[in-house]
Design a protein around this ligand. Structure first.
Ligand code: PAF
Length: 280
């Protein structure tokens, strides 16, 4: 596997694959790879001849009081995992390479509406940071296909919309959430949980499953179900941020029984913010 750390190296590698007629799939990550990321690589491989993974802890998507400095950086283990899963290349730029003029003066990409809901409401600037870096990486890698986890359901929706709005010739593939055997969605942030918090954490998914079961049983007072789920999260030791039963496409709060829905949730367990969702 090739490790590319400059834009020149990256462009030369992509050009050589293009000359060979290879189809290129891209998996953007912030590193600290777990089984969920490696599954993205597997799905990417099944759609393309070449798979390139970026590892970049993107400062632009972290808020002032968020965990940028402490975000786990585990490059050696990540390289080992990607080698085992036969990725073809890793792109590991530095913040200086991606934002040479600094974040304050960086041109940005923002997807309105979708970026303001749910996580966007409590993490101002987060999705602007995500769409800006993903757009830059798309321009650098110019892949045919890009894979993203459905665990970040809102992020996936925003990237799909950005690709449409900016006419980017990239097929975006959403990949099912990988879960631990007790149901907890895999996330790099799970590593922050204390053993006691880790034991409580699967309640988030269980509560989403209860919401799904209630709707399947014909309950359609969605706002009441959301309140009930938040109360259950509090009882399970979380500080809930939101539980929203939303339209799968617009992400607006669902009103109508005929809409395709997803239940999205974010809650804090101690100092760790967990998110999860379930398509209905
Ligand atoms: O999902 C992530 O890890 C990040 O938000 C992404 C898409 C790599 C952009 O930094």
């Amino acid at each position: 596997m090739i490790i590319l750390s400059t834009i020149e190296e990256l462009r030369a590698q992509i050009a050589s694959w293009r000359r060979a007629g290879d189809k290129i799939a891209f998996v953007p990550t912030m590193g600290n790879l777990h089984q969920g990321h490696l599954q993205l690589v597997e799905v990417a491989k099944s759609h393309a001849d070449r798979v390139i993974v970026s590892i970049f802890v993107n400062p632009m998507q972290f808020g002032q009081n968020e965990d940028l400095a402490n975000y786990p950086r585990t490059l050696d283990a990540d390289v080992a995992g990607l080698t085992q899963h036969a990725a073809d290349a890793i792109f590991t730029p530095t913040p200086q390479l991606m934002y040479p003029r600094g974040l304050e003066v960086q041109t940005f990409v923002e997807v309105p509406q979708l970026g303001d809901l749910h996580c966007g409401a409590n993490r101002p600037g987060h999705f602007r940071g995500v769409s800006t870096i993903v757009c830059k990486l798309f321009n650098l890698v110019q892949p045919d296909i890009a894979c993203f986890g459905k665990k970040d359901f809102q992020q996936l929706a925003i990237i799909r919309q950005m690709v449409i709005d900016l006419s980017l010739p990239i097929e975006v593939i959403g990949v099912a959430t990988e879960r631990a055997s007790d149901g907890l969605a895999l996330s790099s942030r799970n590593g922050y949980l204390t053993p006691a918090e880790r034991a409580k954490a699967p309640a988030l998914y269980q509560i989403l499953q209860q919401v799904k079961a209630a709707i399947a049983a014909g309950k359609h007072d969605y706002r009441a179900l959301e309140q009930q789920a938040k109360a259950e999260l509090s009882a399970a030791g979380f500080v809930p941020d939101y539980v929203n039963i939303s339209n799968q496409h617009s992400l607006a709060l669902a009103i109508d029984a005929t809409e395709q829905k997803v239940v999205l949730a974010a809650a804090k367990l101690g100092t760790t913010r967990l998110i999860d969702n379930l398509e209905l």
